[in-house]
Ligand binder design. Structure first.
Ligand SMILES: Nc1ncnc2c1ncn2[C@@H]1O[C@H](COP(=O)(O)OP(=O)(O)O)[C@@H](O)[C@H]1O
Ligand SMILES: [Mg+2]
Length: 462
């Protein structure tokens, strides 16, 4: 039940508001003075306070100031005498939500209260969501031991704390560009303001302008009311232009001014709108090259790359691979209540040699799969995807290809031997010799990969 506190020295007013609002299902407390009202405010923490401007003793304006000192988000609606607009204006400046004039219409008050409560609920939800985001995106949570990552994180921290308004993040797909952009935003002074993500590839050309800049009423046939665009909605916060390398040349031309001057016009609008925002652009393309090839505007490129961040691909920071795997294994392990303690040496070697074209995104997905499918508490071979199990940067040696031409001479023991056991043991040995690489193991046994896999299955190795 929402609580309402009414502070007024006219008994009739407090009485009638209490009657009327209790009927609506509110929990109403009343008080006859500012001093007492303030104490009630402290103990009751009402959702809304209705406060008379003209109180004997401490007046309403002073009471409002003190309430706001206690809780800057307190919702206060002022009650003013007829024609007392001056006091109301002062109160609004001090942070009152709205005001009503006496004599008032109870229905109007009810509507006003309902609207105000909806606003607080929404505000609370947004704040809670932001709080969650702030916790989720902290620099401490970015895994990366390598020197290049450490340097990059230090740079990103510096940028977050600065008032740099244009940042360009470059790096292959899946290296962590989105993560970096969000972490910068949620650790900057802009953290309580919006983070608006625009995927440049997803914007249809016909809608680009209205999405980004908004429009005035009547700008085109369907524009019945004015609409703010994304640049305007990001006011005070960060706009993240993802995949900017894929932005059409015509759109590049349109955003140049807002990137340079933080100023633009809505479609059909005459006046310039100035926005305070940080623009973070990201791309997996080599923009310098795109400029040379005539696919990206040079002026926009130079404007964007005032502060460049380069996130290195995983293959250039191999020392991060195992720590990242353990990091994600811990995260997923917790979710599914399995503790992953380690990785077998064979798997470690395979993971270290693999070039990770999909970078951390790929690694994260694979670890998730290994955690779900694996039964033991170490990550082992059997659930590795084929592209990793079969990958080796080393060329296959003659020996591995089985072209040694050696005659095979294995003497049968006197008591005989189970051919099946022998087969099983040789398959195990071949897999070991090939470090788990099935293609190589198959070659060692002069089998096709499918034939080997069939046998592995038969013997329970798969
Ligand atoms: N250093 C890191 N530590 C932890 N998680 C990371 C790291 N880098 C990337 N990730 C995770 O990998 C996935 C891909 O990252 P993302 O930022 O979307 O990449 P990009 O935008 O460069 O394609 C995301 O789930 C992200 O949270
Ligand atoms: Mg991305």
């Amino acid at each position: 039940m929402n609580k309402i506190l009414v502070i007024d020295d006219e008994k009739f007013i407090t009485w009638s508001l209490k009657q009327g609002l209790e009927k609506e299902g509110y929990d109403v407390t009343t008080s006859g003075s500012g001093e007492e009202g303030l104490e009630v405010f402290k103990s009751e923490t009402p959702d809304i306070t209705l406060l008379d401007v003209h109180l004997s003793g401490m007046d309403g304006i002073k009471t409002l100031e003190l309430i706001k000192e206690l809780d800057k988000d307190a919702l206060v609606i002022m009650i003013t005498a007829h024609g007392g607009v001056e006091g109301a204006v002062k109160a609004i400046k001090l942070g009152a939500y709205d005001y009503i004039e006496k004599p008032f219409d109870l229905d109007r008050i009810k509507i006003l209260i309902k609207k105000a409560l909806e606003t607080v609920t929404l505000k609370k939800e947004v704040r809670q969501l932001r709080g969650e985001q702030q916790e989720k995106y902290s620099f401490e949570k970015i895994a990366g031991h390598s020197e290049s990552m450490q340097k990059m994180i230090a740079l990103a921290r510096k940028i977050a704390g600065s008032d740099a308004t244009t940042v360009l993040i470059q790096g292959e797909s899946g290296v962590g560009k989105d993560l970096m952009a969000k972490t910068i935003h949620y650790n900057s002074a802009r953290t309580d303001k919006p983070f608006i993500e625009v995927t440049c590839t997803a914007l249809p050309e016909t809608l680009v302008e209205s999405e980004l800049f908004g429009y005035e009423k009547g700008a085109f046939t369907d524009a019945k009311v004015a609409k703010k665009g994304l640049f305007e909605l990001a006011e005070g916060g960060t706009i993240y232009l993802d995949e900017i390398g894929d932005m059409k040349p015509s759109t590049q031309a349109k955003i140049l001014r807002v990137v340079e001057e933080h100023t633009f016009k809505r479609i059909g609008g005459l006046k310039d709108i100035k926005v305070d925002l940080r623009i973070i652009a990201a791309t997996n393309k080599d923009l310098g090259k795109a400029v040379k090839e005539g696919n990206f505007r040079e002026d926009l490129y130079y404007r964007l790359k005032v502060i460049p961040i380069y996130v290195p691909p995983l293959k250039e920071r191999k020392e991060d691979i195992i720590p990242l795997i353990m990091h994600f294994a811990a995260v997923f392990g917790k979710e599914i209540k399995k503790e992953v303690k380690g990785i077998t040496p064979e798997v470690e070697e395979l993971l270290m040699n693999y070039p990770w074209p999909g970078n951390i995104r790929e690694l994260k997905n694979i670890v998730e799969r290994l955690c779900i499918l694996g039964s033991g508490n170490v990550i082992d071979l059997q659930y590795l995807p084929a592209e990793i199990a079969d990958y080796s940067h080393k060329p296959i040696t003659k020996e591995e290809e089985g072209k040694t031409g050696e005659e095979v001479q294995l003497a049968l023991p006197k008591g005989g031997i189970s051919l099946e056991d022998l087969e099983k043991d040789f398959i195990r040995q071949a897999l070991q010799m090939a470090n788990g690489n099935q293609t190589k193991a198959a070659k060692l046994l002069r089998l096709t990969r499918d034939a080997l896999r069939y046998r592995m299955q038969k013997f329970g190795y798969l």
